[in-house]
Design a protein around this ligand. Structure first.
Ligand code: SF4
Ligand code: SF4
Length: 347
């Protein structure tokens, strides 16, 4: 498989990586098998997170005896020194590793969070110490918010940036990617299939493979999914006129109903976590029921019912999404999935 250099980490990794969210949904044996299939196909970059429940432990099992072949990336959403230290230790234990190649601050979504993670006396100090001790090799950051991501890259404190990138959410191509090149930060593309919204794998990956220094990390649940993507990688990445036409058609169809999770629409007067509600159909496809129907998603869907249709959020959304129209659709979609799940449990 083709390789790329991951920015100033200096690490060379496969041009295609693996995203560890969906392996939470399947059995442990299936999860291990899918990761091992990825390794067989030449994938050397595996991304997971402390927040992805069983994902780290399953990856740890799958790579036993093959540690030196892979680059392991994981992350913490904590913004405190104690929290990051606890998460780091937990990740090492779950992955059964004595070092992690890339440790990332997960979902740095606003300037306040960025300030906290950049504070030399804050959680960054824990990671710098761990890096000196060889427990982690590199430090990265992930974000959905383009202005925050740009500042993070400009700070030169992160060796990689993970940001959403696909042919619909393609804003990164204009300024963010060139900025990463200027600062030599490795660019990891999350959501290459827009969280499962794009089912034309060929077009989605032909688009991304044109960027020679972008590392897409599709979330993979089944072995055949990775096989399909690797096939695109092995063939010509040139798009035919018909494929370009289809890409444009999909952009037109989905572009004005596709939430980038940037949170520019906040604050909502009813405290509705709009971006969480907006990604519910993707979450239904990718998450196990116990995560979907309790906690963050269940709370968000309950709050969504309180929308007063004031419209303030729509004025702030840079993509002109019809949020007031979309929220009830998302609630309906969630309720249908819940009913289906409840029925399956009863039978
Ligand atoms: S329209 Fe609904 S979601 Fe938007 S700010 Fe008003 S209450 Fe919140
Ligand atoms: S609704 Fe608009 S502003 Fe809010 S997170 Fe989605 S894309 Fe961003």
């Amino acid at each position: 498989m083709d390789k790329i250099r991951l920015g100033k980490t200096g690490m060379t990794v496969s041009k295609l990586g693996f995203g560890g969210i969906p392996i939470q949904r399947v059995s442990e044996d299936e999860a291990v098998a899918v990761v091992q299939r990825c390794l067989e196909l030449g994938i050397t970059f595996l991304d997971t997170a402390n927040a992805y429940t069983t994902s780290e432990a399953r990856i740890g099992k799958a790579i036993k005896g093959r540690r030196r072949e892979v680059v392991i990336a994981t992350k913490s959403t904590s913004r405190s020194r104690e929290g990051v230290e606890r998460h780091l230790n937990m990740s090492l234990e779950r992955l059964e590793l004595d070092y992690i190649d890339l440790y990332q601050f997960h979902q740095v979504g606003d300037f306040k969070s960025l300030e906290i993670v950049l504070d030399p006396k804050g959680p960054m100090a824990v990671l710098e110490e761990a890096k000196k001790a060889g427990v982690i090799k590199h430090i990265g950051v992930t974000s959905h918010q383009i202005d925050v991501a740009k500042e993070a890259v400009k700070s030169d404190r992160f060796e990689t940036l993970m940001f959403p990138f696909n042919f619909i959410t393609c804003e990164a191509a204009d300024e963010l990617l060139p900025l990463c090149r200027k600062h030599d930060a490795g660019f990891i593309a999350m959501k290459p299939l827009a969280g499962g919204t794009l089912d034309n794998v060929t077009i989605a990956f032909k688009y991304l493979f044109q960027f020679p220094d972008v590392l897409p990390i599709p979330g993979i649940e089944k072995p055949h999914e990775i096989g399909e993507i690797v096939q695109v990688l092995q063939e010509s990445w040139d798009m035919s006129d018909a494929e370009r036409g289809e890409m444009q058609r999909l952009r037109d169809e989905l572009g004005n109903k596709f939430c980038r999770r940037c949170d520019y629409c906040q604050p909502c007067t009813q405290e509705i976590p709009i971006s969480t509600v907006m990604v519910i159909s993707s979450a239904i496809r990718r998450l196990p029921p116990e995560r979907l129907f309790t906690g963050m998603f269940a709370d968000a869907m309950e709050k969504a019912a309180n929308c007063t249709e004031c419209g303030d959020c729509e004025e702030r959304c840079p993509y002109q999404l019809p949020i007031r129209e979309m929220l009830p659709e998302m609630v309906q979609c969630f309720q249908a999935a819940k009913q289906k799940y409840d029925k399956s449990v009863l039978n």
